[in-house]
Design a protein around this ligand. Sequence first.
Ligand code: ZN
Length: 140
Amino acid sequence: MKPQQKRMNKVEHIGIAVKSLDAGNALYEKLFGIPPYKIETVASEGVNTSFFKMGDSKIELLEATNPDSAIARFIEKRGEGVHHIAYAVTDIKAELKRLKAEGFEVINEEPKAGADNKWVAFLHPKSTKGVLIELCQDRD
Ligand code: ZN
């Protein structure tokens, strides 16, 4: 067994799909009493994102920028709501390899550049009891 810190070590953020980032931001600002610390477009994923921080925890709101984006399809099928749970890892490539060997269905064979300066990769919900799981690692 490898040391635990090499594996997923905390919930990094929870991703929530919203139809409108402006409306989502207004609602969550009211809820938390603070504005998002970051608003960022990830063109490759077709999403606009915003991040709220409370202590160590973060909430990511995701809005589709086009009807083909995964977020647009998610909202069409399931409506607004929790989209994914992201876990922090220190070696995303090693974790992907380990989880694949354990039988998890990996959506991204290679990590890709995600929002908030992270490398990200996803595990398919059908291999994780219905939850889309994001692995993320700081990008520098
Ligand atoms: Zn995320």
